[in-house]
Design a protein around this ligand. Structure first.
Ligand SMILES: Nc1ncnc2c1ncn2[C@@H]1O[C@H](COP(=O)(O)OP(=O)(O)O)[C@@H](O)[C@H]1O
Ligand SMILES: O=c1ccn([C@@H]2O[C@H](COP(=O)(O)O)[C@@H](O)[C@H]2O)c(=O)[nH]1
Length: 285
């Protein structure tokens, strides 16, 4: 028996396409300091992966619930220490997602410094964009991520963006943002986030405005096979190479021999003949 049953081939008029049926979602981990553009990078990738089921998973949804006394004095609370997060629950959740489960999480309410009671996100799909400042912090987490991206943006730009974002979206004022930044955010970045840059497979400079890097990222070949064009096509008849046509013919032949289903077999035969005909015409055989 050939090893082909783990692969699925789609035969159409113009091309032969291999469809990889993922055993578990592909996890793209996007790490970086607060305000580096992690969420924006994830949104850009999600926008472009139109032919895949894609979800976002944010580390922010795993902040521990604050005790009453901490809630009364939030300006003294350090959200930039990894201990502020329930990393065990995060690992457990990611393991479930990796096994193909759909997991629903409450989002995080930054205005009230607690998990949202009204907004939820269901995470499932072929590709999961997983973002957060501490997602490379433990080996357990890193091992669950298929490709690790670190968004590298200067401190001053990150602070500027954070001021603009948090005054508009997170119910903060400029003074509290600057105080929090120098007391917790910057030390947290220097002590815990920047040291995990070394685990990245890709360093993404300039974040979501780096279109070239984002395009490369969505087209990471082989393992991912994700793209909104037919990049999965390994043999395109209109632009064939000798090797790719021979390979396609071999694949079709093996499929044909292994296939007992008459309808499918005739479809394969049809395409086999068409490929053969096209190949012979173009190659003047
Ligand atoms: N390349 C960019 N240029 C300008 N502003 C950006 C860029 N990327 C993100 N932003 C803005 O900066 C703020 C922080 O971005 P965000 O994606 O939320 O960062 P992170 O998730 O890393 O904290 C947001 O208001 C966002 O719109
Ligand atoms: O209640 C909270 C929880 C977190 N923060 C800050 O959020 C950032 C991490 O989120 P990004 O989306 O990466 O910016 C972290 O630096 C915390 O300081 C908060 O202010 N309040």
């Amino acid at each position: 028996m050939s090893s082909l049953p783990t692969r699925k081939y789609i035969f159409t008029e113009d091309f032969v396409q291999e469809e990889k049926v993922p055993e578990s979602p592909y996890i793209i981990g996007v790490c970086g300091g607060s305000g580096s553009g992690k969420t924006s990078v994830c949104r850009e990738i999600i926008k472009q992966l139109t032919n895949k089921r894609v979800s976002l998973l944010s580390q922010d949804w795993f902040y521990k619930k604050l005790k009453e006394k901490d809630l009364e004095n939030v300006s003294e609370y350090d959200w930039d220490h990894p201990d502020a997060l329930d990393l065990d629950l995060l690992v457990e959740t990611l393991q479930k997602i990796k096994k193909g489960a759909a997991v629903t999480c409450p989002k995080y309410d930054f205005c009230n410094n607690q998990p949202s009671t009204t907004e939820y996100a269901t995470v499932e799909g072929d590709v999961i964009l997983f973002e957060g400042i501490h997602i490379f912090h433990t080996e357990e987490l890193r091992d669950l991520i298929d490709i690790k991206v670190f968004v590298d943006v200067d401190n001053d730009i990150r602070l500027g963006r954070r001021i603009l974002r948090d005054t508009k979206e997170r119910g903060r004022n400029v003074e509290s943002i600057i105080n929090q930044y120098f007391k917790f955010v910057k030390p947290g970045y220097d002590n815990f986030v920047a040291p995990t840059r070394k685990y990245a497979d890709i360093i993404l400079l300039r974040g979501s405005s780096n279109k070239i890097a984002i395009n490369l990222l969505i087209n990471i070949p082989g393992e991912m096979e994700i793209s909104n064009q037919n990049k999965q096509v390994f043999c395109y008849i209109g632009n064939k190479t000798l090797e790719s046509v021979i390979f396609a013919l071999q694949m079709i032949k093996i499929n044909e021999n292994n296939n007992n289903n008459n309808n499918k077999s005739s479809l394969i035969n049809l395409n086999y003949m068409k490929i053969k005909e096209l190949f012979c015409q173009r190659s003047h055989i």
